[in-house]
Design a protein around this ligand. Structure first.
Ligand code: DAH
Length: 333
């Protein structure tokens, strides 16, 4: 390389031209960066040429310096331009690659359904929540105390025979009804109380078309000052009407250890009276067991079997089908 000024000028201009051509024809951002380093980097070609400037005369130096500046600016400008072009081309390609053809047929996704038992529970809870009740729950493994004793059913009570119980080796039992939730809730809360408690219950009944060893109940409990049997009747009537429609119902005197008086509720369905739930005014002994003063508070309670409701509402003839997990059956709901 010589130090002739016009020679250096020619070299600079040539560098600009080849540089601009190379930059304009790059097709990737990585390659573009390589070119930036090649021409404008610390050890780049422009810098290499300028290192010869020291040998120029004092008049020539600013002239060549000015040319070097325009070359540098021109190369930087084409690098910038090409960078913008490559970036937008990249986005464009990505957009095209990700285009959705909304006319393509979709992928069939099988849809689950609410199980008929859960469906009934959901409906019943909705109704009671609408009446101002709160949903409560208790354990399925219970002590004798919560399942029987606190519910005014001591060990020698004949009512224990009404429910054939699964006892566990440790003396606990599988709850035979959701009434145990009444005690657990009242133990920790003060009146006024309005709860609805759904859950699984267990009985050693003979299993047949209408009895299962495991089934579901929904329990109702209200305790407040001044509650009467009329409140109980009104609540049950409102619930059954929302559940089954406006059908005839009747209250029949009955017996449960934890309510006094007690009643069973029948519903006229397809010309027949069906027993659908048990209920009554909470026995003062039950209120005493949880530390409530029966002189101040009264309450009403009710309990019913969900499977029973499902059989009526869905006209099922055999409850065992509900648990058989046969999709042909379950898909009907
Ligand atoms: N626990 C009773 C049963 O399983 C149903 C029942 C009857 C619940 C009367 C109640 C009630 O709360 O007041 O057969």
């Amino acid at each position: 390389m010589t130090n002739q000024p016009h020679n250096l000028e020619a070299q600079l201009l040539e560098l600009q031209q080849t540089g601009e051509e190379a930059i304009a024809s790059t097709d990737s951002l990585e390659r573009l960066e390589e070119l930036r380093v090649k021409y404008l980097g610390k050890k780049g070609e422009l810098g290499a040429l300028l290192r010869n400037m020291g040998r120029l005369s004092a008049e020539e130096r600013p002239k060549i310096g000015a040319i070097a500046n325009t070359v540098k600016e021109a190369l930087q400008a084409s690098l910038d331009r090409q960078k913008v072009a490559l970036e937008s081309a990249k986005i464009q390609a990505q957009l095209e690659a990700e285009t959705l053809d909304v006319t393509m047929p979709g992928i069939f996704r099988p849809q689950g359904r609410i199980h008929p038992i859960n469906g009934i529970i959901d409906r019943a809870l909705d109704i009671f929540v609408g009446l101002g009740y709160t949903v409560a729950a208790g354990p399925e493994m219970e002590t004798d105390y919560y399942n029987f004793e606190a519910l005014n059913t001591p060990p020698d009570h004949p009512a224990r025979d009404m429910q054939d119980t699964f006892y566990l080796p440790d003396g606990n039992l599988l709850r035979t009804h959701t009434s145990s939730v009444q005690i657990r809730f009242m133990e920790t809360e003060e009146p006024p109380i309005r709860i609805v408690a759904p859950g699984r219950v267990y009985r050693r009944d003979t299993v047949d078309a209408t009895h299962a060893a495991v089934f579901h109940q929904i329990e109702l409990l209200a305790v407040d000052e001044g509650l009467t049997f009329t409140d109980l009747k009104g609540t049950i009537k409102e619930f059954l009407q929302q559940m089954f429609g406006d059908l005839p119902i009747r209250f029949r005197a009955s017996y449960f250890p934890f309510t006094e008086p007690s009643a069973e509720v029948d519903l006229q369905w397809n010309g027949r009276w069906l027993e659908v739930m048990g209920c009554g005014m909470v026995d003062p002994n039950v209120l005493k067991a949880v530390g409530y003063d029966p002189e101040i508070y009264t309450g009403f309670a009710a309990g019913f079997g969900v499977e029973r409701f499902a059989m009526v509402l869905h006209q099922l003839d055999d409850i065992r089908r509900v648990y058989a997990s046969d999709l042909r059956f379950l898909r009907q709901f």
